[in-house]
Design a protein around this ligand. Structure first.
Ligand code: GLP
Length: 247
């Protein structure tokens, strides 16, 4: 895993947007795996700015989001579809039918998981997967204990994750209890992975990712086994790891 150290959230966002923008520019066709959460918000803003400044089209790009809450319709302000529309899709020229997320309101949720997994495979797999990390090491919504061999599946969110995401909802009680997420195996099939880590609240997770063992109890640890991972991490996120190592 390559680690790019940056000063703060702004620098992390700029570095990530620059990297993604160059992939969009260089490819004749690109499958981008996308993440939600607070971490990539500014990356998306900057990516759209770069595209608009240089008239870069996204018409050759397909996107596949990592996850979606169960029970939230696309127009619900807390759905990840809504988030993606707000932060990226409406700011670039990507056709809506080329933007994919699991459908959290599907009647048959298990069928929806299989459909989504097959869709990604049918389209040739993900070229570049953007990731954030939960304080407990989750990636997508793969909580600690998720088997490493999982494809897209239905998950019960942990209390910790619902608490962490409650800041976007009017009350914790309104945070859905279930989600559909790409699995660890789905994520590991991406040709390239870009992991963003920012802030003091992620310092433990970063240190464990770098120093800890590879275990299902810390889902992100599997990234150590992927041969093309770039981590863009800011000073606060690196702080605990840096105190133990000379970087
Ligand atoms: C959320 C998302 C993840 C995200 C992570 C961290 O629950 N499902 O995809 O990477 O938790 O979120 P944040 O960037 O807001 O810290």
């Amino acid at each position: 895993m390559r680690v790019i150290q940056v000063k703060d959230y702004e620098e992390m966002s700029e570095a990530a947007a620059t990297l993604l923008f160059s992939r969009v520019k260089e490819a004749s066709s690109l499958s981008l795996g996308l993440a939600t959460g607070g971490t990539p918000e500014e990356t998306y803003t900057r990516l759209a700015e770069k595209a608009n400044k240089s008239n870069q089209s996204f018409s050759h790009v397909n996107t596949y989001n990592l996850d979606e809450y169960v029970g939230l319709a696309p127009e619900h302000p807390n759905s990840y579809r809504y988030y993606m529309d707000q932060h990226l899709f409406t700011k670039i020229d990507i056709p809506k039918e080329q933007t994919h997320l699991p459908n959290g309101t599907a009647v048959e949720l298990r069928n929806e998981c299989n459909r989504y997994e097959r869709l990604i495979k049918r389209d040739g797999g993900i070229d570049v997967q953007l990731l954030g990390i939960g304080a407990n090491g989750h990636i997508g919504f793969n909580e600690p204990g998720t088997p490493f061999n999982t494809g897209t599946h239905l998950v019960e969110l942990t209390d910790e994750t619902r608490e962490a995401n409650a800041r976007y909802f009017s009350a914790k009680a309104n945070v859905p209890t279930k989600a559909i997420t790409m699995g660890i195996a789905s994520i590991m099939e991406a040709k390239e992975i870009v992991l963003l880590v920012s802030g003091q609240s992620k310092a433990h997770a970063f240190a464990q990712l770098m120093d800890g063992e590879i275990t299902e109890e810390f889902p992100a640890s599997i990234l150590n086994n992927h041969d093309n991972v770039t981590i863009i991490a800011d000073e606060a996120a690196i702080s605990l790891h840096a105190s133990k190592h000379v970087l």
